[in-house]
Design a protein. Structure first.
Length: 508
């Protein structure tokens, strides 16, 4: 079958059909590659009966389940486009995303049934497909797919939405080439193979959950255990269970922090872990040392949704001596650090990181203006400030944009500020990222209230929680008379950071 060149599941079903592919911890379902292949085929047939064809979008709103992965590969067999949705977003936020992506089908978990029906009406979605009983009935009533659509490496396979600096999410288009190249870029240095047993705790709507390392493991013919939502006690139990034989794990820094703070951490056997990867946000060196002292050197890396995501990775043998580094470039990809004019900087100097290669998005869905400003001669501007040392190891120093990272999730202040400005009492508002011991960073909103109006912190936070995902909501509100501005009239956030973050440091 020529399609098997792109269809990893079909290949492994033919070559090693009885091997375990996926385990769903919530349902205790265990799927071999042969069983997974058949379920994907039946699902693709059902989707085709609903009008899904080449280039059409299929969205999914659900916590982690193996059904999401079946949906991904079913879309690939129809040459359709898979659109995973962040389950932490509100109807208001998802309304924009689904209006932009215009899916034919929205698959959803039962807990999102009410939201799914509301979004169907708002966005004119033709069909809903609920996981559980309706989903299983659809598969049981469908035959194997008669014909797999041909796809090329340049075809779009997925659209993953990230928050935009203008306040509106952007859909990064992910090609089949990007997903394949990422499987190679990550799989080789992390020793992923048919013998790999991986625990996925990050959400599958996020590139971290889907591609670090779930898709690379399935590409290699290994086994992926899917956890519905991260639980530190259960994660440690699985890591330490000799019968499971877990070899690979990946998390954002807060996940490693929650696990090392759990009472069972000290007694958990970590010796079977070949690779424990970390990314999504800067990793505090003291936290790295806690795991190193237990004989587990966390392997750091750097990436973005737009880059498949792997851009850099620190080899395990360098994890201790280069703590804090994001490592060196992956095999198939290129990068450089440039100054404000786009010229390369010298080692040790800080500049903006640009990346290029087959692992880079061709652009954003329906965003021609963003595509013009985000690329220069094929180089993607990451917006991240970086430096490289004399040994060729890269370090992410800061972010040149205002985006901050809370619990591994990107938060763009412009989006939060847009919601704040919906409050009639607010004259001015600015949001900055403030250090947080648990989440890395959380939002600090600085607000000037209109004359004649009154506003308190509880009202502001309550307003945000109705309209934004929890991780985007400011944790602290500060009221001042007027925001500082530069000569052009723009709010001067460096002044805000200096004033309020330095005050926090002085008080601590």
């Amino acid at each position: 079958m020529s399609f098997a060149y792109f269809d990893w599941i079909a290949h492994h079903a033919e070559v090693r059909g009885d091997k375990t592919a996926l385990v769903d911890l919530a349902t205790q379902r265990c799927l071999t590659y042969r069983a997974l292949d058949e379920r994907i085929d039946r699902l693709a047939t059902h989707l085709a009966s609903l009008g899904v064809k080449r280039g059409e979008r299929v969205a999914v709103l659900a916590p982690n389940t193996t059904d999401i992965l079946e949906l991904q590969f079913a879309c690939f067999r129809l040459a359709a486009i898979f659109v995973p949705l962040n389950t932490r977003l509100t109807v208001h936020e998802l309304n924009f995303i689904l209006g932009d992506a215009a899916p034919v089908v929205l698959a959803h978990d039962q807990e999102f049934e009410t939201m799914a029906h509301e979004l169907q009406k708002l966005c004119g979605i033709a069909h809903l497909l609920e996981f559980g009983g309706p989903y299983e009935k659809a598969l049981a009533g469908s035959k194997r797919l008669a014909r797999h659509e041909s796809v090329s490496l340049s075809d779009i396979s997925t659209i993953m939405y990230t928050s935009g600096t203008t306040g509106k999410p952007k859909g990064a288009t992910i090609t089949h080439a990007m997903t394949f190249i990422n499987a190679v870029n990550l799989g080789t240095p992390t020793f992923i193979s048919q013998r790999t047993v991986f625990l996925c705790v990050l959400p599958l709507f996020h590139t971290g959950g889907l591609n670090c390392y779930t898709n690379p493991v399935l590409h290699a013919g290994g086994a992926a255990i899917i956890m519905r939502a991260f639980d530190p006690a259960e994660s440690l139990r699985i890591i330490g269970d000799a019968a499971i034989g877990l070899t690979h794990f990946f998390g954002v820094p807060s996940i490693y922090q929650f696990m090392c703070q759990h009472p069972s951490f000290a007694d958990t056997d970590l010796s079977r872990l070949q690779i424990a990867g970390v990314g999504g946000a800067p990793m505090p060196v003291p936290l790295l040392k806690i795991w190193q002292d237990r004989g587990c050197a966390l392997v750091q890396g750097y990436g973005m949704t737009e880059t498949s995501p792997a851009v850099m990775m620190l080899d395990p043998e360098d994890a201790a001596r280069k703590a804090g580094s994001a490592g060196k470039p992956v095999l198939h990809g290129d990068l450089k650090i440039v100054d404000a004019d786009g010229n390369p900087v010298r080692p040790g100097e800080v500049g903006e990181l640009w990346v290029k290669g087959p692992n880079i998005t061709p652009g954003y869905w329906n965003r021609p203006e963003a595509n013009k400003t985000s690329f220069t001669d094929g180089w993607l501007h990451t917006g991240d400030a970086a430096r490289v040392d004399e040994d060729g190891f890269y370090y992410i120093v800061d972010r040149t944009k205002d985006m901050y990272i809370s619990g591994g999730e990107n938060v763009y202040p412009a989006e939060v500020e847009d919601v704040l400005y919906q409050m009639p009492a607010i004259a001015e508002a600015a949001v900055i990222g403030a250090p947080d011991a648990t989440w890395g960073e959380t939002g600090l909103a600085v607000i000037a209230v209109k004359k004649g109006h009154a506003l308190d912190e509880a009202q502001v936070i309550g307003h945000c929680r109705e309209r934004l995902a929890r991780f985007k909501c400011p944790h602290r509100i500060v009221f001042i008379d007027a925001l500082p501005r530069n000569a052009t009239g723009k709010v001067h956030k460096p002044t805000l950071r200096q004033k309020f973050l330095q005050e926090d440091k002085a008080l601590s």
